[in-house]
Ligand binder design. Structure first.
Ligand SMILES: Cc1cc2nc3c(=O)[nH]c(=O)nc-3n(C[C@H](O)[C@H](O)[C@H](O)COP(=O)(O)OP(=O)(O)OC[C@H]3O[C@@H](n4cnc5c(N)ncnc54)[C@H](O)[C@@H]3O)c2cc1C
Length: 1021
């Protein structure tokens, strides 16, 4: 940037500051309640969190005592920065008392006022006085219906209808509005439609997702077309807002696709948003401009910094993805200026709407536009309703074309928006906060962000260089910088981010590639040799039984014995292999699995009917187990000195048990198999692995992965075949020391029983680790956020057709919320897309096989006798094992539907009076695997955490999808014996602890040093 331009920007900035005239935005004025609250928030971070959480839950609380109770729970701490009278009423008044209700009324009044500060009204008619008022002040507007959480198609269509209505209402009255710098009744500033609306695209289709990319565009486009056409008829302007990063590419593609429609392609009054806080934004902007030139389009780009900064950091962190936003505010500010310049340079095609409250950013746009001689009608300025009134007044006085983004909607819908505004106003980096609440000098706030960034980066580079010098005197050699796998801390394998076209395309290619190779031939592998056996079976695609995925040679009883012999023979050498070397094999296996990642997931789509995301998640989990257990073994491989007695060395260390039999399920055919097999192997056992009969092809991939990792022959033996026959032979074999099983309760109990009997010739008690079933419940509290709860409940109950041991099969709802929840849940379940899971838009497909289908259908009949069928969605054709998605209401705790594991897409809904009863029902089954709670009451969360006795309890999220290392997984009661998979105690079960104590005293002399911990495998005891 030239220094002349920079000087002009500062001059203009100072001039705008003068026009502010010492005003302060009302959000920071302490004579207003909102101003006081925000002041407390800015001074006390933990109060801020509680306040925003309270604001979030408040509109959902229908009873005054609930408001009082929540207020007490959120602000009951002694040092909360609240006025003394309020403090007193919170802590001393019973929530149901008259005085508490009075206090509640005052809080409710204040909160409602706070919401109205940012919302112009609940409906278009209700907002008309505000809109008229804006226009009387010479301000244009864009109206946005709030509608962030659309969980069903009914809600999406309602949202669409609201926009059609909004356009009609505004069209009807626009002729009576005051003119803004144009002809009477003519467009604003002589060129811009008076009616201008902004739309959230996610509200147009309830199933919008980056994975269902094409379908999301097709459905949303159809609905938007109607709105765009109505806008054309009435001469209105329509802009698409930009939301979270995961849907950014969908939104951009949707806009382009819409604008290529012949009916609207030449309409110039439309717009899209570019978010400058995104690292991709320049690339996206250039792509949009290229498209504009190619198609000779004219439209508006609203340039913003971005409203989801905090959320993007959290989402990226949770998924272990690259953070999509800049993390230094200077980068965002500098990028905003860079992108503004690019847009202005292309003013022939695009108009710029500069949406910012930051005087520096605005001044920069003004001066850049002037230096590029951009005509006035190609730039406008926008700010948010209720934010930065002094900025608004200054821009108006400066004569700039100014538009106010004006949201309308009910309080409940408005909460997410409101919390974002509160966050924005109180954020440390906010220009408004720095300028008006902290009073930073103008000169500082007007500095060039690109220049400051350059200086900061130079300083950082200097600091780094001097640190390296201080530590070592020289730069470290390159090889020292790339640590070996074992030295790196464990990190979860990130799932594919489907918002990137490359990931979707390569998975589509993998499906084609894998399909072209089907059916695959699978052999048992014993002692490193692939064998042919006398019998065989096939494995087929549950969504289309005519598609054969594998032709499999089945092992028999004699093969089972041979496999145990091979494993026994390989044991001594493997047992004595140092733990670190065994761990190294797991790290190599993880690398091999990573290379095969798409193919491994594609195989699962075909063999077990997972959808794309579920299949990919399974492969990630398998990789996680390898990486996690490898590191765990390194940790446990060191022997531990015990006690401090002089003259004695006492060490505890672990040794493998011997031959382990692994009997795996089909529902997580790679992940659970890999978890059990890799734990056994890395602990030093040798393994006979029997995959489920429904997933032998995926099972065979374990052998391939370990072959690539160069696992010695005989350590892993692979034996597909009929469960009953070879399963029993393996479990009862005298040379088997350990059985790791995951599957149904009946088979698990049988294995326990068989293993407990000492077979002739056996040399010990067999150890059994069994993960069995669940009858998992989610409790929905009266104050739950249903926008969050409903999608999560659907995912937990019907994700992978409900065929997860962690799946939610009981929904326990407090009566206060019951009707609302059930109505929305039903509509949301009706909106799910059902069909073959090979289609990326499918949420749910066929169940695994004919007997699973029969069982589910049988339980649906039972449910019809026991309760009321709320929803029964049939789909699919005779070629697949399709069962209806079913939801039952009026189920009682003692009903079979509430007690027995179904393992299919059947959900039983139960109504309860209060949390007490909810807990009684939730705990009232023979299982204790997973559970869930949706609540915004800290006291309820605390109580349920303690009293809902399950192995894995999830709060305010779904109850499936445990992640290795983050959610050690497993239950008790009839849900399993043994410790949690993917947790720090798991490997110990595969080993025996030993202790060696040595008297080190010789003739009255003993080394005094306490022995340090060492490597167990390298010491022969
Ligand atoms: C009319 C209008 C419409 C809008 N529409 C949308 C929309 O459709 N989608 C959308 O996402 N946003 C939208 N916004 C933007 C958003 O809501 C905020 O108003 C805007 O980001 C605040 O920027 P500012 O320039 O006013 O304030 P500033 O205080 O200068 O900037 C604050 C912004 O900087 C960014 N930031 C904060 N901390 C950091 C950090 N540490 N590192 C990097 N960046 C940081 C964030 O984006 C934050 O919002 C819109 C804004 C307006 C005015």
């Amino acid at each position: 940037m030239t220094s002349a331009l920079e000087q002009a920007i500062r001059r203009t900035g100072l001039w705008l500051y003068q026009l502010l005239e010492e005003e302060s935005p009302s959000v920071f004025r302490k004579d207003y309640w909102l101003g006081k609250v925000l002041d407390w928030c800015m001074r006390d971070e933990s109060f801020k969190i509680q306040m925003f959480r309270f604001v979030d839950v408040f509109p959902n609380l229908s009873r005054p005592e609930s408001v009082a109770r929540h207020f007490q729970e959120y602000f009951g701490r002694a040092d909360a920065p609240l006025p003394a009278a309020l403090q007193w009423s919170i802590r001393l008044l019973p929530p149901g008392s008259f005085a508490a209700k009075l206090a509640v009324n005052s809080i409710a009044g204040n909160l409602t006022e706070m919401a109205t500060h940012f919302l112009a009204g609940a409906s278009p008619e209700g907002a008309l006085p505000v809109l008229r008022g804006l226009r009387s002040d010479g301000l244009a507007f864009t109206v946005a219906h709030l509608g962030e959480a659309v969980v069903s198609e009914a809600e999406a269509l309602e949202y669409q209808a609201r926009y059609l209505d909004l356009l009609d209402v505004l069209h009807r009255v626009q002729a009576h509005w005051p003119t803004i710098l144009g002809q009477p009744e003519g467009p604003d500033w002589g060129h811009s439609p008076r009616v201008n609306v902004s739309i959230k695209t996610t509200a147009m289709y309830s199933q919008m997702s980056p994975l269902a990319f094409d379908r999301s565009i097709a459905v949303a486009k159809e609905r938007l077309l109607l709105i765009f056409r109505r806008a054309m008829e009435t001469g209105a302007f329509v802009s698409l807002d930009m939301e979270q990063y995961s849907l950014k590419n969908v939104t951009l593609a949707l806009y382009r696709s819409l604008m290529e429609e012949p009916a609207i392609r030449d309409y110039p009054h439309t717009g899209i948003v570019i978010q400058a806080y995104l690292r991709d934004s320049e690339q996206d902007l250039n792509a949009v401009l290229h498209w504009a030139k190619r198609h000779r389009k004219r439209f508006t780009i609203r340039l913003v910094k971005g409203a989801y900064w905090d959320s993007e950091l959290i989402w990226a962190g949770q998924n272990n993805w690259r953070i999509p936003v800049y993390t230094n505010k200077l980068q965002t500010d500098a990028n905003f200026e860079r992108l503004a310049r690019i847009i202005l340079e292309h003013h022939e095609w695009v108009q710029l709407a500069c949406a910012s409250h930051n005087i520096r950013s605005i001044a920069c746009v003004m001066e850049t536009a002037s230096s590029l001689r951009v005509p006035d009608h190609r730039v406008e300025y926008q700010i948010l309703y209720g934010m930065g009134e002094p900025v608004r007044n200054a821009l108006r006085k400066a004569g700039l074309p100014l538009r106010i983004y004006t949201p309308i909607g009910e309080m409940i819908q408005g909460m997410a928006y409101l919390v974002r505004r509160l966050l924005e106003n109180t954020a440390n980096e906010s220009f408004l906060r720095k300028s008006f609440a902290e009073g930073l000098p103008k000169e500082e706030l007007l500095r060039n962000p690109a220049e400051d960034l350059r200086k900061a980066e130079m300083q950082e580079a200097d600091d780094e260089r001097s640190e390296i010098h201080d530590e070592a005197g020289i730069c470290p050699p390159a090889e020292a910088q790339s640590a070996a796998p074992a030295e790196k801390a464990f990190e979860n394998e990130p799932a594919w981010d489907w918002s990137h076209a490359a990931n979707r395309e390569s998975f589509k290619d993998a499906l084609t590639r894998v399909r072209s190779r089907l059916p695959l031939r699978v052999h048992p592998v014993i002692g490193g040799r692939r064998i042919k056996t006398g019998s065989s079976f096939t494995s087929s695609n549950p969504n289309n039984v005519h598609e054969i995925v594998g032709e499999v040679f089945a092992g028999g009883v004699a093969d089972a014995r041979r496999a145990v012999e091979a494993a026994s023979a390989a044991f001594p050498l493997w047992r004595d292999t140092p733990p670190n070397d065994r761990a190294e094999i797991l790290f190599k296996a993880a690398a091999a699995a990573r290379k095969l990642r798409h193919d491994l997931a594609a195989l699962q789509v075909f063999e077990v009917g997972k959808n794309w995301s579920e299949a990919d998640a399974d492969v990630c989990e398998a990789i996680d187990f390898l990486e996690y257990y490898g590191r765990e073994m390194i940790r446990l491989g060191a022997y531990r000195p015990m006690g401090k007695a002089p003259g004695e060395s006492s060490r505890l260390f672990y040794e493998p048990r011997g031959v382990a039999v692994v009997i795996a399920p089909w529902n997580f055919p790679l992940a659970i198999s890999m978890g059990m097999v890799s734990a056994a192997i890395v602990a030093g056992n040798t393994v006979v692995y029997k995959p489920a009969s429904q997933s032998p092809v995926v099972g065979s991939m374990l052998v391939r992965i370990f072959d690539e990792a160069r696992l010695p022959a005989g350590v892993l033996n692979f034996l597909p075949g009929p469960g009953g026959e070879i399963g029993d032979a393996l479990v009862t074999h005298p040379d088997v020391a350990l059985i790791a099983f995951t599957g149904s309760r009946d088979v698990g109990l049988r294995i326990n029983e068989l293993a407990a009997r000492a077979a002739e010739g056996s040399r010990g008690v067999k150890n059994v680790i069994a993960e069995m079933g669940g009858k998992n419940a989610i409790i929905v509290d009266a104050d739950a956020d249903l926008d969050e709860a409903i999608p999560q409940i659907l995912h937990s109950a019907f994700g992978y057709q409900g065929q997860k041991c962690s799946a939610c099969s009981r929904l326990i709802v407090l009566e206060e919320n019951y009707e609302r929840l059930v109505t929305r849940l039903k509509a949301a379940a009706e909106s799910l897309r059902l069909g073959p899971t090979e289609d990326p838009a499918s949420f749910m497909g066929a169940v695994i096989d004919a007997s699973a289908k029969e069982k589910v259908l049988h339980y649906i009949e039972i449910g019809k006798e026991e309760g009321q069928i709320l929803l029964e969605r049939h789909f699919g054709d005779a070629a697949g094992h399709y069962v209806p998605l079913a939801i039952f209401a009026d189920i009682h705790p003692e009903h079979r539907l509430a007690q027995e594991e179904i393992f299919g897409p059947v959900l039983a809904v139960m109504k309860v009076r209060d949390i007490e009863e909810a807990l009684r029902v939730a705990n009232g089954t023979p299982y204790a695997l997973t559970g869930g709670l949706f609540s915004r009451s800290p006291a309820t969360i605390e109580r349920v955490s303690r009293e809902f006795r399950v192995g894995n309890l999830y709060i305010n999220r779904g109850c499936t999808g445990a992640i290795v290392g983050r959610h050690p997984f497993g239950g008790f009661k009839f849900s399993g014996v043994g410790s949690k998979a993917g947790g720090p105690d798991y490997l110990q079960q595969f080993m025996v602890p030993r202790n060696v104590a040595e008297n080190t005293m010789r003739r009255g002399f003993a080394p005094m040093e306490t022995p340090k911990s060492g490597r167990a495998g390298k010491h022969r005891h």
